[in-house]
Design a protein around this ligand. Structure first.
Ligand code: ATP
Length: 236
């Protein structure tokens, strides 16, 4: 198992956002986390990437207990989050932004290889490689954020709402790219409002409700689950 979360709770002051969450991600999988606004999806990602400390429970990554490990050290171990929203460097060019993604690495040849791959995955970024990140369109910035995360060559890529704010055509595109990234060997944990697409692409998925996991199964099973359909897919 690449990632194992066991009975994790998380507090924001006196507000309990996660109530004993357990989930796993196996090597090679795309796992999706779906749920309504405020269910705790982003909070779960923050616990995994180490941006917020957990109140109790355990997080294991690649066989190692990382519950108390600093966020930057988690990145070095291969756990990388492309942030919700964009979080790119607006004053830096596309290429400089991508370079920043590889800051923990020293293998020049590998970095060059990954840069070529990212530019191939995102032709739009290749066209705009000299342009300042802050002047890219919203969708392009989203792609840059995913590309930058890939530059760290993560073992596990955490994607928080990669389709947020994208036009329908770009949503299709980003999900196709996510599948491609996975097929090239990167394990992915994905948080999405767009449950339809996420479940269609994921090997397995978990449903979060008010800080608890209420359902899990294969993407296909959940896509056809009546209660999931009603609550998250907009079909009764
Ligand atoms: P959305 O889809 O709307 O982004 P989400 O499932 O990602 O929702 P979270 O952002 O994880 O939900 O929020 C879970 C709960 O924790 C919410 O009730 C939210 O108000 C609360 N929360 C999140 N961040 C903080 C914070 N920094 N301080 C206090 N409460 C917070």
């Amino acid at each position: 198992m690449l990632l194992e979360i066991e009975d994790v709770s998380l507090l924001y002051g006196r507000i309990q956002a996660l109530h004993g969450i357990s989930l796993t991600v196996d090597e090679g999988e795309i796992v999706a986390l779906i749920g309504a606004n405020g269910a705790g999806k982003s909070t779960t990602m923050r616990a995994i990437s180490g941006i917020r400390p957990v109140a109790s429970g355990r997080i294991k990554f690649a066989g190692e207990d990382i519950t108390k490990l600093r966020a930057d050290l988690r990145v070095r171990r291969g756990l990388c989050q492309a942030p919700e929203g964009r979080g790119i460097f607006p004053g830096m060019s596309v290429l400089e932004n991508l370079d920043m993604g590889a800051y923990t690495r020293r293998d020049k040849a590998g970095i060059a290889q990954d840069l070529a791959r990212v530019l191939e995955l995102f032709p739009r970024l290749a066209e705009r490689r000299k342009q300042a990140g802050g002047t890219l369109s919203g969708g392009e910035q989203q792609m840059l954020a995913v590309g930058r995360a890939l530059m760290s060559r993560p073992k596990l890529l955490l994607l928080d709402e990669p389709s947020m704010g994208l036009a329908p055509m770009l949503i299709q595109q980003i999900f196709t790219i996510i599948t491609e990234i996975n097929q090239q060997g990167t394990t992915i944990l994905l948080v999405e409002q767009n449950a339809q697409q996420a479940l269609a692409r994921a090997h397995r998925a978990y449903v979060l409700e008010t800080g608890r996991i209420v359902k899990s199964g294969s993407g296909t099973d959940l896509l056809h689950d009546p209660s999931v359909k009603e609550a998250y897919l907009g079909v009764a």
